[in-house]
Design a protein around this ligand. Structure first.
Ligand code: 5GP
Ligand code: MG
Ligand code: MG
Length: 180
């Protein structure tokens, strides 16, 4: 890295692939006989969704939303804005939202309410990383890749100021080590 950022591996590429395979098996069995819309939340979902859809053994449609949330750069607030709407009609369809991280829950709570207004047959949530201890609002997440207590994560689609998304594993940026 070109600056003094410290970075620690939290989930290796191999661990992530293993867990994605398990999630995909669960989704395949839960949605048997259906053709869900996998709705990725840009941009953080782009690698997770790509890996997941290639492991789920179901007919699928794929679409994206993009949201902006006002707050500081690494936490969200309840004020969420839709930057890009789904393009496929979700009315009467099962929707599986695929998101990188749930933290306070504000973003996904807003998204679920927005999607329910479009009358899908069901809305379920799949997140790669759950920071459950930091939740501020209640959100029911159906599929969780990994739980972490805290820390700012990058890689595997996750950015810090648009950097690090391309990294194959998940890393903690500037981990606290004895006051460092
Ligand atoms: P929430 O609305 O649940 O507080 O926050 C959700 C969004 O905040 C996530 O979709 C993600 O974009 C961002 N976020 C939360 N924690 C992290 C993190 O550790 N790393 C990165 N890169 N983004 C995060
Ligand atoms: Mg996100
Ligand atoms: Mg971000």
């Amino acid at each position: 890295m070109s600056d003094n950022s410290q970075i620690k591996v939290v989930f290796s590429p191999e661990e992530i692939q293993r867990r994605v395979r398990e999630l995909a098996e669960q989704i395949t069995s839960d949605f048997a006989g259906q053709e869900p819309i996998m709705l990725g939340v840009l941009k953080g979902c782009f690698i997770f969704l790509s890996d997941l859809v290639r492991q789920v053994d179901l007919p699928l449609e794929i679409d994206f939303v993009r949201l902006a949330s006002y707050g500081s750069s690494d936490t969200s607030s309840g004020r969420v804005q839709l930057v890009k709407a789904p393009e496929i009609s979700i009315k009467g369809r099962p929707v599986l939202v695929v998101e990188d991280i749930i933290d306070t829950g504000n973003t996904l709570k807003w998204l679920v309410e927005y999607l329910e207004g479009m009358q899908p047959s069901s809305v379920n949530l799949c997140v790669l990383v759950d920071k459950a201890e930091r939740r501020e609002v209640e959100v029911e997440v159906d599929y969780v890749g990994f739980k972490v207590p805290d820390g700012f994560l990058v890689g595997y689609g996750l950015d810090f100021d648009e950097r690090f998304r391309f990294l194959p594993g998940i890393y903690e940026l500037n981990p606290q080590r004895g006051g460092a």
